[in-house]
Design a protein around this ligand. Sequence first.
Ligand SMILES: Cc1cc2nc3c(=O)[nH]c(=O)nc-3n(C[C@H](O)[C@H](O)[C@H](O)COP(=O)(O)OP(=O)(O)OC[C@H]3O[C@@H](n4cnc5c(N)ncnc54)[C@H](O)[C@@H]3O)c2cc1C
Length: 470
Amino acid sequence: MKDHIKHFKTILDDKGVLLPEDGIDGYVSGWRGEIGSTPCVLRPTSSQETSQIIAYCAAHNLHLIPQSGNTGMVANSVPDESGEQIVLSTERMNKIIDIDPINKCAHVGAGVRLSALNDALAEYHLSFPIDLGSDPCLGGMVSTNTGGSRYLKYRGVRENLMGVKAVLADHDGTVIDDLKPLHKNNTGLDIKQLFVGTGGLFGIVTEVMVRLSPLPAQSATALLIPRDMDAAAALLIEIEKSCHNYLSAFEGMSHNAMQRALSHNPALTNPFGQDDVPHYAILLELSRSWPEREAEQPLNDVLENILAELWERDNAPLENALIGAPERLWALRHSISEGVQKSGKLFAFDISFKRGDFFRFREAMIERLKTHHPELTLCDFGHLGDGGAHFALVIDRDDTRASVPSYEKTVRNFINDAVVLEFGGSYSAEHGLGRKTEEAYAKYTPDEVKALTHAIKTAIAPIPVGTIKI
Ligand SMILES: Cc1cc2nc3c(=O)[nH]c(=O)nc-3n(C[C@H](O)[C@H](O)[C@H](O)COP(=O)(O)OP(=O)(O)OC[C@H]3O[C@@H](n4cnc5c(N)ncnc54)[C@H](O)[C@@H]3O)c2cc1C
């Protein structure tokens, strides 16, 4: 490895190669607690440098793990424990290259943080509207096809992506420039899609061109407490009927999930005041891109009227509703992920269903868990509006089963079999593929799809890059 490191130092400047003695823990530790090891971290500043690295790794049979913000949730962004995989961090490709407010697009380096892009866009009243509780980088977002809380209004990265520049995982490190800032372009194969949601399998994204949306100028939020779980699905339909164009989030939070967020984050105020945390709550957000206008109902009033109308119905779907400041209500939603993770040993499932099926699944699994796994506590939350759910199961850390791999495997099969085989859902709705999902990929992917993916990979990008095994 010494000679390889020596060579990398001829490609990159003196900040470009980090060694274990430089303090690289942050690059080998993943969000879910996975810890790997690497002989070095490479930090190129351009596509050309990345290309030289890939070509060299190809010639010497070295395995690269691309990393951007390292917020991946499926053990996908850090090396394994072999000590042989090399981390390639995009963090120095962090320039906002261009913002075009007329064409409504931004061209950025793969290592630009989502928050940095949105800060820069604010002066143009524009945003890249993918919203989530972490602060990833644009390269990682392309590679995982991030969804997030406002998916039902804006969709995910794929739908907001105009182009990428990427270095193919081939012997030459071929640079593919597919960065045309065009809203429409039907001229053959949409090559950039190779790099969307594929976790580096086909190569490393170095630059990204994204489509922008107007920054919301008004928003109104409420916590809805549904009468029961059937009413939660009915509420979504009713709200879509009355204000579909304004609806920007419809997020579910179970009692256990909210409770853990509140216990973990002392800075949170309990929006339910002295009252108990309810059995389930939905964070509803309406937004629009223009400020309040005279003779137009403010958005808070629109929301209040819709809720009052639902409330007054016979057999009202609402048990209660609280209108509150967006920052306060979103703080609760965004604290759940960490609160749940810190509350015990977590088995996380990022699943999705045909809208409406989630509650049938939830009800069935609550009953089955009581019988088969009473040691697990369900702390679910997620993106109800698009059929997505973070089905988080927590076991006490002191329980001896918590760290037994065969136990985790049993739990994963128990949940994923029901999701995929029984309810026709997905075992990875938005977090993509990684070590945590490789068994599920092997089990549930049709043979023809596996064979085609394998054939494409072998034909155009045969060099091992990333954590996905196909
Ligand atoms: C608190 C919290 C909340 C979250 N909420 C959501 C959510 O609501 N919705 C959602 O979709 N996700 C969510 N995530 C998951 C995560 O933030 C996303 O998957 C994110 O898009 C990952 O981006 P990243 O820059 O951190 O990538 P990384 O974690 O660095 O990498 C992710 C994957 O992409 C590959 N990769 C990284 N950069 C490149 C590149 N330049 N070229 C090729 N491959 C690359 C990596 O090898 C890895 O496979 C959440 C995470 C946390 C911690």
